[in-house]
Design a protein around this ligand. Structure first.
Ligand code: NAD
Length: 447
């Protein structure tokens, strides 16, 4: 082994679906000199083979990354001498792999949400403390330059003390619908969108305010998707999954896996192994998550948040306003201005995410409105790549060379406590939805 190879950390990726590609390509590409992509683990061998095919051009002289089944995870960590595990499985399995990896002496990078229940979050926090190894949560939105600019404005005292936040997030008919086509539609898999999706948003608010959620109240439900609403409005068609179903022809809510070589390879061609149908009818039975949610939060700083998440909007993006004792900050991000009914594009993201589809792209506007002054637009260069440039910056922070002073002035690196804190809002909101009462978010993570 060369001295270089001896210094490199050895990394395993568990869960080789669509999201894993961000990590596998980074590890086989720009970070290959620092970290060895040493193993894959997934319940579906076909998907692991697809990732190996995609990586082959970047690793011309290397063997395929060794692929392991879930039961062989511990053996994989030992045999491949793994010291870093990237967890990209379905959400409700994250804790299982995080805890096993920590106990085997590895550090962990986990996709969001860190997990799906308070009990699982406590297990992770306990394992991290016990083992002394590190969990990083991949909150890529913190690294979006416009979000960092908001943090700088607030931390720099531009609007004084923050009294309240008003935050609306819209998922368009393509991206929003995607959560109702696959495993996310079952709350036991994803925790619902207040956990799966809003974990990003609640984390941003915690980070922007430097505060913790205390009291949470929520209302909401399944308004648009699902069989009852679909039948009532005449939107439902008679099919279980789109592929091979004549009834799905021309349905703007159907995803056509066969039109995308990426989706075909990852899902359609992999179905025989596990029966995972990624193109279910959004108006079919079995949806147990909400698509329209209103949440009211009080923070440790005294600030309040009014938050709304809608998963059936005509455009994709978000508006946020911070009301301060010396002014107001307003952010508008239009990721798409409308939703085309007929997207045909050969990539996973373009098929489901408005931001990736040219021609529909919108704008970003960050305004500082200090008392007694004209509004000032803060120009922030938007980044290349996914999530407003957040993905590439996060990868550099996770896998790149740490600067000599290792400083993180904006505090963007998110740990397990941050993961748990963002979950505290979403889980408390879920509890409030179920009971109709406000919930003390502080007590959720206590043992
Ligand atoms: N940060 C972001 O912006 C972002 C974006 C997309 C997805 N994600 C997260 O990434 C994760 C994966 O999402 P995805 O869209 O790639 O989903 P996916 O369905 O494409 O992939 C999930 C993978 O988990 C595998 N899996 C199932 N059971 C398993 C088991 N017992 N052991 C090991 N693997 C198993 C599946 O076979 C599949 O390959 C999720 O947690 C999601 O929240 C984050």
């Amino acid at each position: 082994m060369s001295p270089d190879a001896a210094r490199r950390r050895r990394c395993a990726v568990v869960g080789l679906g669509a999201r894993a590609q961000l990590f596998t390509e980074a590890l086989a590409g720009p970070y290959a000199g620092r970290i060895d992509l040493a193993a894959f683990c997934d319940a579906n061998a076909h998907r692991m083979a697809v990732h190996n095919t995609w990586l082959a051009p970047a690793r011309p002289s290397r063997e395929p990354v060794p692929a392991y089944a879930p039961d062989d995870f511990d053996e994989m960590l030992r045999r491949e001498r793994i010291d870093l595990v990237v967890v990209c499985t379905v959400d409700h399995l994250h804790d299982h792999y995080i805890v096993r990896a920590l106990e085997a002496g590895c550090d962990v990078v986990t996709e969001k949400p860190m997990t799906t229940t308070a009990e699982r979050a406590r297990r992770i926090l306990e394992a991290e403390r016990r083992t002394g190894h590190e969990v990083r949560v991949a909150f890529n939105y913190r690294y979006n330059p416009v979000h960092s600019a908001v943090r700088e404005l607030l931390a720099g005292g531009e609007i004084g003390e923050v009294g309240s936040v008003h935050f609306e997030w819209l998922l368009d008919l393509r991206h929003g619908a995607d959560y109702f086509r696959r495993w996310h539609r079952d709350k036991t898999n994803s925790g619902g969108l207040l956990v799966h999706k809003a974990t990003h948003h609640f984390d941003l608010v915690n980070w922007w305010l430097g505060a913790r959620p205390e009291t949470v109240y929520a209302q909401g439900g399944l308004f648009f998707y699902g069989d009852e609403a679909g039948n009532r409005r005449g939107l439902a068609r008679d099919y279980a999954r789109a592929h091979g179903s004549p009834a799905a022809e021309g349905d703007p809510f159907a995803i056509r896996l066969a039109d995308s070589s990426v989706l075909s390879a990852l899902y359609l061609d992999a179905e025989a192994e596990d029966g995972y149908h990624r193109d279910q009818n959004v108006f079919g039975p079995g949806v147990s998550i909400e698509d329209d949610m209103a949440v009211l939060v009080r923070y440790s700083s005294g600030a309040t948040l009014t938050y709304h998440l809608t998963a059936y909007a005509p455009w994709e993006g978000y508006r946020i306003a911070f009301n301060g004792s010396e002014g107001r900050v307003e952010l508008l991000v239009e990721e798409s201005t409308w939703t085309r009914p007929d997207v045909r594009s050969d990539g996973a993201s373009a098929v489901m995410h408005g931001a990736a589809v040219g021609g529909e792209a919108g704008r970003t506007q960050l305004l500082l409105r200090r008392f007694w002054e004209e509004p000032r637009e803060i120009k922030v260069p938007t980044g290349e790549g996914g999530h407003g440039g957040g993905d590439v910056r996060m990868l550099a922070d996770l896998f790149g060379e740490r600067p000599p002073d290792a400083s993180d002035p904006l505090g963007r690196a998110a740990n397990a406590d941050d993961g748990a804190l963002s979950l505290a809002t979403g889980l408390a909101a879920n509890h409030s939805l179920a009971t109709g009462f406000p919930v003390d978010a502080r007590s959720l993570m206590e043992r």
